[in-house]
Write a protein that binds this ligand. Structure first.
Ligand SMILES: [Zn+2]
Length: 169
């Protein structure tokens, strides 16, 4: 799983995800979209489009732009999902959305499928826990105050975290 930073594969992954996001909104992704989103120079986009076409990731029509092939789309949607999962995970750690998105895109290239699967389960667990307001409230309290408090469901009305939650809601 250890890949060098800025290796062609990682660059291709970034392009694939960007094209994926753009083509969710409109029919073709154009070089200018990539320039805008990835902050790269137009000549390198053209070069990359040629390379990606050669490797079977995209359909490239000179004047209209690019779309993903089936191969490109299946990889891109996986990368996109990874990005979302890592973002959600970082946000559970009380990291703001913008930072979480940026850092997730750095991490996503070096995370195994096994870890992503565990993170999916973890996020699902947290979401379910949020509905019933158990330990997750205590974790949020810990992030805000640095105080670790045990929760006793039988004593919910005496729980400092849950009474604090009720007050601010
Ligand atoms: Zn509690």
């Amino acid at each position: 799983m250890s890949k060098m930073n800025n290796s062609p594969t990682e660059r291709i992954e970034n392009y694939l995800e960007t094209i994926y996001q753009v083509t969710q909104r409109k029919k073709f992704a154009q070089a200018k979209d990539i320039v805008e989103i990835l902050g790269v120079r137009p000549p390198s986009v053209t070069e990359m489009f040629r390379k990606m076409k050669k490797q079977g990731y995209i359909n490239y029509e000179k004047y209209s732009g690019v779309t993903l092939t089936q191969k490109g789309e299946s990889i891109a949607s996986e990368i996109h999902l990874k990005h979302q999962i890592l973002k959600d995970f970082l946000m559970i750690l009380d990291i703001d959305e913008k930072t979480a998105l940026e850092e997730a895109s750095e991490i996503q290239h070096n995370v195994s499928e096994e870890t992503i699967e565990k993170l999916i389960l973890f996020i699902d667990f947290v979401k379910k826990s949020k509905k019933t307001g158990g330990w997750i409230d205590h974790l949020e309290f810990f992030f805000k105050t640095g105080k670790y408090v045990e929760c006793h469901p039988a004593n919910r009305d005496k729980c400092p975290v849950h009474s604090w939650k009720q007050k601010i809601q």
